[in-house]
Design a protein around this ligand. Structure first.
Ligand code: GLV
Ligand code: MG
Length: 324
């Protein structure tokens, strides 16, 4: 709890977020039946310019006709610097039914981009008498977007989540890599030689700074931080490692750019029974300590204090939400 109250975005389970090209109707049908917590129907980078109009029609039809169960249903529109975005917003907001939960805005650079989208949605909702306010999720994937991430997070009451778009971010910052996410063999620390002259290389996470910044901006505005794509879908262990790093830092979920990544994300972003049991033990121990007038005690040889209760409660709350 902060002295300046934080308004939390609507609470939704967002462990896995499946990306589906709007140009492929078979994939759209399969996505509706998947185990993903969230699905975004893509009008942006997975769709060739010649397919944009058809993809828009497919996506609207899929929202209106398929059974999406309790999934978060989102559409990734084209970005503010394209000539497609206005048509995406107008057609979607005029023709897609109220099952649409969110619009995902890629390539967002600043709060003005969010304002422009908000204004269009507000006008169309009023004109069409839409009852459900559509929410926003933003992909932080440009150098400017990361610089202005706080302003973006604060720019609309519709905001629900911030996502790390690692591929475009790498392009925008001219990072020396062509892969989508994951570690890089050149991003290492070389240890000093030991007595035998041997040196080790320790791999680092070249995305650490960006993701931490996104997590902090998201949390300080009550939004969900979500890690973006991991391109090598034939490397489940690599995906799991990246997802674990994101989870440890506070992310609530990660994209699945292939159906095989859905179960991995659902698993990584569900607190384990062991973690939850430990969290409950902390809460019980601290409640007992507080009754005795103590603010800090030791549990299993480790110090715990009032901050430990908050950490533990976050874990237990997430596990209860998942069970519900
Ligand atoms: C996602 O949009 C990315 O660029 O990684
Ligand atoms: Mg991108």
């Amino acid at each position: 709890m902060a002295f300046t109250p934080i308004t939390e975005a609507p609470s939704r389970i967002n462990r896995s977020e499946l990306a589906v090209p709007g140009s492929n109707t078979r994939f759209l049908e399969k996505a509706a039946q998947s185990d993903a917590d969230a699905v975004f129907l893509d009008l942006e980078d997975a769709v060739a310019p010649s397919d944009k109009d058809q993809a828009r029609k497919n996506v609207i039809e899929a929202i209106n006709d398929l059974d999406w169960g309790s999934k978060i249903l989102s559409v990734r529109i084209n970005g503010p610097s394209t000539e497609y975005m206005y048509r995406d917003v107008v057609d979607l907001m005029e023709q897609a039914g109220e099952r649409l939960d969110l619009i995902m805005l890629p390539m967002v650079d600043n709060g003005k981009d969010v304002y422009a989208l908000d204004m269009m949605c507000t006008q169309i909702e009023a004109a069409k008498g839409r009852k459900k306010r559509v929410g926003f999720e933003h992909i932080i994937e440009t150098a400017q977007g990361l610089m202005n991430v706080n302003e973006i997070a604060a720019a609309s009451p519709r905001n629900e989540s911030l996502h790390f778009g690692v591929a475009d971010f790498a392009a925008s910052t001219k990072a020396r890599t062509t892969q989508i996410g994951g570690p890089n063999p050149d991003y290492v620390v070389l240890t000093h030689p030991d007595e035998a002259g041997n040196r080790d290389t320790h791999w680092g996470d070249m995305w650490h700074y960006a993701i931490v910044r996104i997590v902090v901006a998201a949390r300080s505005h009550g939004l969900r931080p979500i890690d973006g794509p991991f391109g090598d879908f034939s490397d489940p262990e690599g995906y799991r490692a990246q997802a674990n790093r994101a989870a440890v830092l506070g992310c609530e979920g990660k994209w699945a750019i292939h159906p095989s990544q859905i179960d991995l994300a659902n698993d990584v972003f569900s607190p384990s029974d062991e973690d939850v049991a430990q969290a409950k033990e902390i809460i019980v121990a601290m409640e007992a300590a507080l009754k005795e007038g103590k603010g800090a005690v030791s549990l299993n040889g480790k110090l715990i204090d009032i901050a430990s209760i908050k950490q533990a409660e976050a874990m237990v709350t997430m596990s209860e939400r998942l069970k519900a």
